[in-house]
Design a protein around this ligand. Structure first.
Ligand SMILES: Nc1ncnc2c1ncn2[C@@H]1O[C@H](COP(=O)(O)OP(=O)(O)OP(=O)(O)O)[C@@H](O)[C@H]1O
Ligand SMILES: [Mg+2]
Length: 474
């Protein structure tokens, strides 16, 4: 952040200084909400969560080096007291980003935000100093904290924005107004909470509504292959640029195929020319993510060769997203247990099928160890049924459905598609899945593990990688 004095911060957030001996003292360290992350010169923002109240940690934060605390009441340590800590943090982020003049790239979508954000960050960072959202901290607290990491050196700020309802993206873009706004896709993530795909599109489209007009540099980067995203072009004053497979897309992929390792390979076309890319990430769904990243990089002036090289070298920065590990015995574990929705389930199953192809002739098998996709509302039964069926159509050797009701729908879908006998099984929990797999796995087999976050299926992947261990309690 820019080194602001406590007096300046109090003014920006409209707060009262309490127990501050020197209002000229500056915040020179990171702004944090966890007292364990305090560094010398930090500002510690005290949030009252469900289990812990940050105000109880104020003293500890100051002892650890924080210059002051942002809080809702005086605490006997240097504090700027405000009515609403979240609003204060937002106001501070907004002012800092404005003063720094950092170019803000923001992205949203139903699936692939973090994967794409990590790609954009790795590509842009080769070009100029870039700050980006760590992990998936895409909400009203994570976003300002990320923005406040920007310094005078920062040229690009890449921010993931998440929405669970109408108005959320508008709020976030209000904090850190983007010049370049990217919308990846409108899927069915959180459809139960939103009420339907149109509502999801309505909410995600707030991204492009927030952008500056074309003459002021605003650029909306939209997925040409997703009709609901493409339709957002009518909701913005910014210049629209498209990525995807459609002919009209300015940034396109041609000759898309999966290598035998399951890695997507394609020729990247941008208005400055074309260049070959082979991603280090697994699964065809990353082609769309890579094109989105390329479109952003192109807008920021990077030449196609540099973009292609950066994409081909970019790794996964966030865990449990198609994390591929080969065990010493030749079994490959694909841990994609970070989250799941119908789109990402399909993409992951296709990647699994591709990864299994090479070993098939030698009798190696593919295993899909799947759990429920949460928050699908009325569509839940049909979506689980469809995923079970797809596993069979893609010729996945074995489906292991883990959990209660939704898992039984997955297994029934597979059964009705023709997967009888032991090709698809339903087990009650992670431990049962691990026990089964430990008995059955053979060298060459490839195992995909995937479900919604709440299922915690990464425990299966971790237990399979640690051949001795049990599934640990969560
Ligand atoms: N373009 C895509 N289309 C469909 N699924 C995708 C796409 N990109 C990634 N996924 C899958 O979606 C899941 C979540 O990926 P990622 O964390 O990148 O998304 P996210 O939008 O950031 O999710 P969250 O809402 O949890 O922040 C992963 O399992 C990943 O494999
Ligand atoms: Mg995310």
């Amino acid at each position: 952040m820019i080194a602001l004095s406590l007096a300046e911060i109090a003014e920006i957030v409209g707060g009262q200084a309490h127990d501050i001996p020197d209002p000229g003292a500056r915040i020179t360290g990171p702004v944090v909400i966890d007292s364990r992350e305090v560094r010398t010169g930090s500002l510690f923002a005290a949030f009252a969560g469900e289990r812990v109240d940050g105000h109880d940690y104020a003293e500890r934060a100051v002892a650890a080096g924080a210059t002051a605390v942002l809080a809702v009441r005086p605490l006997g340590v240097p504090a700027i007291v405000v009515d609403d800590v979240q609003a204060a943090l937002g106001a501070l982020a907004r002012t800092v980003v404005e003063r720094l003049g950092t170019d803000v790239v923001a992205l949203t979508g139903s699936a692939g935000k973090t994967s794409t954000k990590d790609l954009i960050a790795q590509v842009l960072d080769r070009h100029a100093p870039t700050v980006w959202t760590p992990g998936s901290l895409n909400n009203e607290i994570g976003l300002p904290l990320t923005a406040l990491r920007a310094t005078e050196e920062t040229r690009h700020l890449v921010l993931e924005m998440g929405a669970r309802g109408i108005g959320h993206i508008r709020y976030l873009t209000g904090l850190t107004p983007p010049r370049i706004g990217l919308v990846l896709n409108v899927g069915s993530a959180h459809i139960g909470e939103f009420g339907g795909r149109e509502q999801i599109a309505e909410a995600k489209g707030e991204m492009v509504e927030s952008l500056p007009a074309a003459e002021d540099g605003g650029v909306a980067v939209l997925n040409a292959d997703d009709p609901l995203v493409r339709a957002m072009a009518s909701r913005t004053k910014a210049r629209v640029t498209l990525f995807g497979e459609a002919d009209e897309a300015a940034v396109r992929a041609e000759n898309v195929h999966l290598t035998d390792a399951g890695r997507p390979s394609f020729t990247l076309h941008t208005p400055t020319g074309c260049s070959d890319v082979t991603l280090r990430l697994y699964g065809e769904h990353h082609v769309s993510n890579a094109l989105a990243a390329a479109a952003v990089a192109h807008e920021l002036g990077m030449p196609v060769e540099e973009i292609a090289t950066a994409l081909s070298e970019a790794g996964s920065l966030s865990r449990w997203r198609m994390e591929v590990t080969e065990r010493p015995d030749g079994v490959t574990i694909v841990n994609d247990a970070y989250n799941a929705n119908p789109e990402s389930m399909r993409a992951a199953l296709r990647a699994l099928a591709a990864m299994g192809r090479a070993g098939q002739a030698q009798g190696a098998r593919t295993w899909a160890v799947l759990g429920k996709m949460a928050e699908l509302g009325d569509a839940s039964l049909a979506e689980h049924d469809a995923v079970g069926r797809l596993a069979v159509r893609l010729n996945v050797s074995k489906l292991v459905a883990v959990g209660d009701r939704e898992a039984s729908w997955l297994q029934l879908g597979a059964y009705n598609e023709g997967s009888w006998g032991e090709e698809s099984v339903h087990v009650s929990d992670a431990q049962a899945a691990v026990d089964l797999l430990r008995r059955e796995l053979r060298p060459g087999d490839v195992v995909l593990v995937k479900a919604s976050r709440s299922v915690g299926l990464e425990q299966v992947a971790l237990a399979l990688l640690d051949t001795e261990g049990e599934v640990s309690g969560r």
